[in-house]
Design a protein around this ligand. Structure first.
Ligand code: GLA
Length: 392
């Protein structure tokens, strides 16, 4: 065991936004070891692993009971072979295993939380070979969020196995202000819902569509806290869970522009070709995984479209034209009337002075130059996403 005073976050673990899969959005509480193994198989066979996805994360409801000494065990019916065997299976595939707990007395689905057992749980996870911990915020009463997450950070560090630490506190206590020294990503909002533009009322709480999540926080403020090793997390993805192809493409593109963790939430075993093509689009993923880790920002609104910009390495920029409306919109974007000026990163592209060439991320045969105005039609609930390189 390391001395407590030396405790810190495991550095170097999420230098680009984490990529993986999580059980919650599609399966809810219905998790078991066979399904998780099959998901790992599908991650490899579908090309997701080759595209960069590595974490297979079990969300809520894997838990059984604590033993007489207080150590947690998985539900023996759902995980009869135990977590160590599951972690071994996943590691043999070159993937990593994530698990879920909660800072309070119980998880959001009423399973045992880690409160009062933080060090024991961290030791147990390390023994099992866990690589990623999502740590939720239900049943926390008056706990101080920063303190509670710090306790678990220290416990993970003391246990000695490097773990990506995902803070799931929904943005209630401004985790972007203190999360960077504690974890590798922090949720900025409540839960996502599988729709592009709606609010789902659950009675005492709500979950949120893609546009609602996009608008919920002050992105210009939050993006200053994101960077290699510490990311804003607008929640796991709903791609492949029932939205239209356009909506899924727009959702994925925006998460790439925002340097969001790319955690798929669909059934990888049965996804169709269109879903797979979205989740494995290499150019979009390269925007998300760019080494500079600069979170994108809204540059302007033009012709009822929003123009999002993300500075990239190599003096490149990603540009995403988002049509928030249901109807297709004509667009005429005169580059030379625009200058991308990002005070946060100090990056600038002045199209009245410099020329950039571009390609379309979703159809790489579609290319052009900023010399000419961009005239096109963007379908409803869809995007046009480009990568620009300076012409010398
Ligand atoms: C909370 C989290 C979700 C999910 C559920 C599980 O709502 O925000 O992402 O983990 O709990 O119960």
């Amino acid at each position: 065991m390391l001395a407590l005073a030396d405790a810190q976050k495991f550095e170097g673990l999420a230098l680009t936004p984490p990529m993986g899969w999580n059980s919650w959005n599609h399966f809810g509480c219905d998790v078991n070891e066979r399904m998780i193994r099959e998901m790992a198989d599908a991650m490899v066979e579908s090309g997701m692993k080759d595209a960069g996805y590595v974490y297979v994360n079990i969300d809520d409801c894997w838990h059984g009971e604590r033993d007489s000494l207080g150590f947690i065990h998985p539900d023996p019916e759902r995980f009869p072979s135990g977590m160590k065997a599951l972690a071994d299976y996943i590691h043999e595939k070159g993937l990593k295993l994530g698990i879920y707990s909660d800072a309070g007395w119980t998880t959001c689905a009423g399973r045992p939380g880690s409160r009062g057992h933080e060090y024991q749980d961290a030791v147990q996870y390390a023994k099992w070979g866990i690589d990623y911990l999502k740590y939720d915020w239900c049943a926390t009463e008056a706990l101080n969020a920063e303190g509670a997450y710090l306790t678990m950070r220290d416990a993970l560090f003391a246990a000695g196995r490097p773990v990506v630490f995902s803070l799931c506190e929904w943005g209630n206590s401004n985790p972007w202000e203190w999360g960077g020294r504690i974890g590798h990503l922090w949720r900025t909002t409540g839960d996502i819902y599988n729709c592009f533009d709606c609010v789902k009322d659950h009675g005492s709480w709500s979950s949120w569509g893609v546009l609602q999540i996009l608008d919920m926080r002050d992105n210009d403020l939050l993006r200053r806290y994101a960077g290699p090793g510490h990311w804003n997390d607008p929640d796991m993805m709903e791609v492949g869970n029932g939205m239209s192809v356009s909506e899924d493409r727009a959702h994925f593109s925006l998460w790439c522009m925002l340097s969001a963790p790319l955690i798929a939430g669909n059934d990888l075993r049965s996804m169709g070709a269109e879903t797979r093509a979205i989740l494995t689009n290499r150019e979009a993923i390269a925007v998300n995984q760019d080494s500079l880790g600069i979170q994108g920002y809204k540059h302007a609104a033009v012709d009822s479209l929003e123009v999002w910009v993300k500075p990239l390495s190599g003096n490149r920029f990603a540009v995403c034209f988002l049509n928030r409306g249901r109807n297709a919109t004509k667009m005429a974007f005169t580059w030379r009337d625009h200058c991308f000026r990002d005070e946060h990163s100090g990056r600038e592209a002045d199209f009245s002075q410099a020329t950039y060439t571009w390609f379309n991320v979703w159809d790489t045969s579609d290319t052009g130059s900023t010399r000419k105005p961009l005239k096109t039609i963007v379908p409803g609930h869809d995007v046009l996403m480009l990568v620009l390189s300076e012409k010398r």
